[in-house]
Design a protein around this ligand. Structure first.
Ligand code: ACM
Length: 682
């Protein structure tokens, strides 16, 4: 994962033995040497074998030939050739790539191919020819809302390389924090960061770390809105008089830079000029989103400026600001990127628009001659399932764009906004779901099989942990802390069973359910520990669908596994609801959720029993159970939801009308049950 462009299994295997030798042919440099060493260390850890690092002696057999054309560009570009060709035959492996980044991608693929059986470790014979579909495959990490230190960024860079992502977009300033040291204007981080920011030295090291893994670093400083952290030290640049301490909560705030004041541009020129030298990447992101215009409307001098300059309205003023910003950036050799809202025909055509509003906005961008990136549909902070992101194609098959316009869609970025993530749980919000997005951006458009994606996502989860991601390790540590010191092994196991069955609430729901938060609220509760896209729930839903929608010709017995599953969930829910709150105070708000799970799973057990009788049930039986399930589905202060409930609705409805199964065609039966099971519109 991501699935290669062309892959052909051939016959045989190449065994991995202690005699393994590699050589570099044609070109190699420090970057390739380090990447090769990282790959070999992973193989060594898995196999327990120790591989020679000295090149094969002439005349001896070579296990792995890494044949590379050249370094690739000094500063990686979207134009970089990232392709590679991998041939595994029973006598050895040959990796060919025109550039070092291509070779590094090939090494990642090779790492995923290692397999083992009774005969030992081996690589199956295969021919792979691979290259990315899109040149810009990114992950945004917001270090402003919740500060994310260097260690978090480094391990996520390693994970990104595993799935061939090539752009790290750092959201470095927002209302809540200004996260990079300015030497010209140290007041920015002194008043705007609570001491939590990257020094320039640290940032340069991070950029080098990323480059070593074939990843570009694109900085974002969000202006003119989302800029309270600038105003903390420069209140004179706000559009209304006042003092502007950094925000501690989330949302869209009124403070905005004053685009009619030359001092605003003087500061931006100083700071962007300084930062332009820190980041080698030619792109520089200025945000530009969600300026609500309130302060501009309320300031008569700003409205007069709009009249005087013939800018029409706030949008015209925003465009005026962006044109000046674009000119400042151009002076420092940078091309501007911003969110949808900066889109304006007067901007230089080199501007890149990043769409958080949708594929249509993105298509408009491309039609107007701008390059664009898709982030709408890749908002991993919204806790949606990987399948939803996977279906989201930057250039879908039914696109109305011409071939030339399609080429302007450079790719996309997953966005890890950090309102509700700490350095401890950020990995479990990013991974493994972002691997599905990485595949959408790398692999051919025709690679769309969702069950197959999920099967491979489970495997890549392990590879990501091997690379350094802590999505599994930190989850287990958080679970352990949540349970506290007084649980026995059975209770720990019940707690885990329960937590595996709940997901954090989606979209921005949490702000309503836990309204007393601020930036310092400990993110260590049930909703922080629970992970998106519960695989237990997904597996259960697949089994229930297989049961109730089995073709008439091969109607299947309710699987004993389903009974066992529901019994196990009932016991776990009972334990969490009744025993654990007395042992772990942190779990008190989990008890009502466990009670809801208990209700739901018990209804599931009864419905399975009813299905088994095959007799159907009267309408009141169904209605009562659907009502109870609706109550069990209600979220509360714990800010989690129980994803098995949709499948339980299906089971209840199917059981209630089961005698009709015999009289209906497969499609009509599916239609009947699905319609009955649809939740009532609120
Ligand atoms: C955004 O989500 N406002 C870019």
């Amino acid at each position: 994962m991501p699935w290669p462009t062309e892959i052909e299994a051939t016959s045989g295997r190449f065994p991995i033995t202690p005699a393994f030798r590699f050589v570099w042919a044609n070109y190699h440099d420090e970057r390739l040497e380090a990447a090769t060493d990282r790959a070999l260390r992973k193989w060594e850890a898995r196999t327990g074998l120790q591989f020679s690092r000295s090149a094969a002696e002439p005349g001896t057999s070579i296990s792995l030939l890494i044949d590379v054309g050249g370094a690739g560009s000094k500063i990686e570009q979207p134009e970089e050739d990232e392709s590679y060709v991998l041939d595994v035959v029973p006598t050895g492996v040959r990796l060919r790539a025109p550039t070092v980044p291509g070779a590094m991608h090939g090494l990642e693929t090779l790492l995923q191919l290692l397999d083992g059986d009774g005969e030992g470790y081996f690589i199956p014979a295969v021919h792979i020819r691979d290259q990315p579909r899109f040149p810009w495959r990114g992950l945004l990490i917001d270090v402003s809302r919740h500060w994310q230190p260097t260690a978090v960024i480094e391990r996520n860079l390693d994970a990104m390389a595993t799935v061939k992502l090539n752009v790290l977009h750092l959201h470095l300033s927002d209302d809540q924090g200004f996260r990079l040291e300015s030497r010209r204007h140290p007041e920015l981080q002194e008043k705007g960061a609570d001491g939590r920011y990257f020094t320039q030295r640290e940032m340069k090291d991070l950029i080098a770390y990323a480059f070593a893994r074939g990843i570009r670093v694109v900085p974002e400083f969000d202006v003119p809105g989302h800029a309270t952290s600038w105003l903390a030290s420069h209140p004179e640049l706000a559009s209304l008089p006042g003092t502007y301490p950094t925000e501690r909560r989330w949302g869209i705030f009124d403070p905005v830079l004053n685009p009619t004041d030359d001092r605003t541009y003087a500061l931006l020129d100083d700071v962007f000029g300084e930062f332009a030298a820190v980041f080698p990447d030619p792109r520089f992101h200025i945000g530009g989103d969600e300026n609500n215009g309130v302060q501009w409307k309320e300031n008569p001098a700003i409205q007069a400026f709009i009249q005087e300059k013939n800018l029409h309205d706030n949008a015209g003023l925003h465009a005026f600001f962006n044109r000046r910003l674009s000119a400042i950036l151009a002076k420092y050799g940078k091309r501007m990127i911003g969110w949808d809202e900066i889109f304006h025909p007067d901007l230089p055509s080199t501007t890149v628009i990043q769409s958080w509003r949708g594929a249509e906005a993105l298509a408009e961008t491309a039609k107007a001659g701008f390059s664009g990136l898709l982030s709408n549909g890749y908002y991993i902070d919204l806790i949606e399932p990987a399948a939803m992101h996977y279906r989201n194609d930057p250039v879908p098959a039914n696109t109305t764009l011409t071939a030339e316009q399609q080429r302007r869609i450079l790719g996309g970025e997953a966005t890890m906004w950090s309102e509700w993530v700490s350095p401890e749980n950020i990995d479990s919000r990013i991974w493994p779901r972002t691997a599905a997005i990485a595949e959408r951006l790398w692999s051919p458009r025709t690679v769309v099989d969702i069950p197959d994606m999920y099967r491979r996502l489970a495997d890549i989860g392990q590879r990501l942990e091997e690379a350094g991601s802590l999505h599994e390790k930190n989850y287990l540590a958080m679970l352990s802390r949540l349970g506290g010191d007084h649980l026995d092994a059975a209770q720990r196991s019940a707690l885990r069973t329960f937590v595996e069955l709940v997901e954090p609430v989606k979209e921005y729901r949490r702000e309503d359910l836990q309204p007393n938060y601020d930036e310092r609220t400990p993110l260590t509760g049930l909703a922080d520990c629970a992970r998106p896209d519960s695989s237990d729930a997904r597996y259960f839903a697949a089994q229930i669908e297989a049961l109730v929608f089995a073709a008439k010709s091969d109607a299947i017995d309710p699987m004993p596994e389903l009974d066992r599953q529901l019994e196990r969930w009932i016991a776990a829910a009972r334990c969490v609801a009744e025993e654990l709150p007395a042992r772990s105070p942190r779990l008190r708000d989990a008890a009502p959720v466990a009670q809801q799970l208990l209700t739901a799973a018990t209804i599931g057990r009864d419905a399975l029993e009813a299905w088994r009788t095959g007799q159907g049930q009267y309408g009141g039986w169904r209605t009562t159970r659907l009502e109870k399930l609706a109550l069990a589905a209600k979220d509360g202060p714990a800010a989690v939801e129980i994803p098995i409930i949709a499948a339980l609705r299906l089971l209840v409805c199917a059981a209630s009308v089961q005698p009709q199964r015999a009289t209906l065609a497969d499609a009509a039966w599916r239609q009947l049950v699905s319609t009955l099971a649809e939740p009532a519109k609120p």
